[in-house]
Ligand binder design. Sequence first.
Ligand code: PLP
Length: 394
Amino acid sequence: MPISNKIHGLITRSSWIRKMFEEGLIYKKKYGPENVYDFTLGNPNVPPPSEFGDALLEVAAQSIPGKHGYMPNAGYPETREAIAAYLTAKFHIPLTADHIIMTCGAAGALNVTMKTILDPGDEVIIPTPYFVEYEFYVDNAGGISRLVPTKEDFNLDLEAIRSAFTEKTRAVLINSPNNPTGRVYDEETIRGLAAIIEEKGRLYNRAVYLVSDEPYSDIVYDGIKVPFIMECCKNSIIAFSYSKCLSVPGERIGYLALHPELADLQDVLSGMIFCNRILGYINAPALMQRVISHIQGVHVNVEEYKRKRDLLCEGLSACGYSFAKPEGTFYLFVRSPIADDVTYVRALQLRRVLTTPGIGFGGPGYFRIAYCVDDAAITNAMPGFADTLKEYQN
Ligand code: PLP
């Protein structure tokens, strides 16, 4: 085989999201795009805020020597300063540019983190359901993922996490607001998790990090507060991305923020800056670094996603589906009326409603709806959702 057995195996069991998306393309060709209701990909459809376009034009027009050249691998100092100043003003942690590393989105940030902190065989605890790429990121660094189910309501099961620790645990990787469940972990939960991390770090006499993947932290509803991880846990690393909050996932821009009191801070920083270089990124895109340094705190109109969430939740409730209303993100994780979520997703597909089975997120018995779509797609998909449920209830 021309590719490695390992990659062949990973491709085979990898992405249900991609699989459903690609099948959707075939459907769209056959039935016309307006007749296929595609809820597979988390590709934001709310337009970027006008401030993004304005900053882009301004930066593009600037004449700066070396504008398109190589830069320090951690990113432009002024961009990192702008982010540190924004975070410090908003929260109670004194961050400086030295605690920030610019990355190619959250995916880049997480790969850099795993490559930096994991020795082969080190373990990362990941609550499920989860963004399934995590397993590949951990594997890229030679680590092992320890998957730990969340509770029935998708909140962290702290006792299960405590039990999953071993002397090889190096990190706990969380994602709140969560893809695929839309759950936001509250401050008490994060503090509880931080206490476990500290306790286990002492027990095994090694640094254990809380890695918080936060691409959706600005997309929350109903006044819900996303706790600032650094206020709860000293050994915390934040992986942030502008992909979703500015609707620019193709531009590949994000950052890592490290707690000023992180264990072995200088070593971890040096490791991350090095890994940003050797994983193939070299540095985060120059143009985007300049753009985002002008628009800290700006994000898409979250009310638009809220409207879509409400439209979807009201429609599905009326049909008789059961789910926990998302507190953030643009995903809804719905209980499948039959245990076999793949069969159910296939049945929806026959009605041109494309979703992703829960097994694709380590959450069997559910399916995910990405509602970053036109309102019309939500409304027009409802008969398909209703008829499929009726078929399986009888
Ligand atoms: N983490 C989660 C939970 C995601 O949902 C995604 C993308 O959908 C990513 C990370 C990757 O984000 P980015 O495209 O900014 O690298």
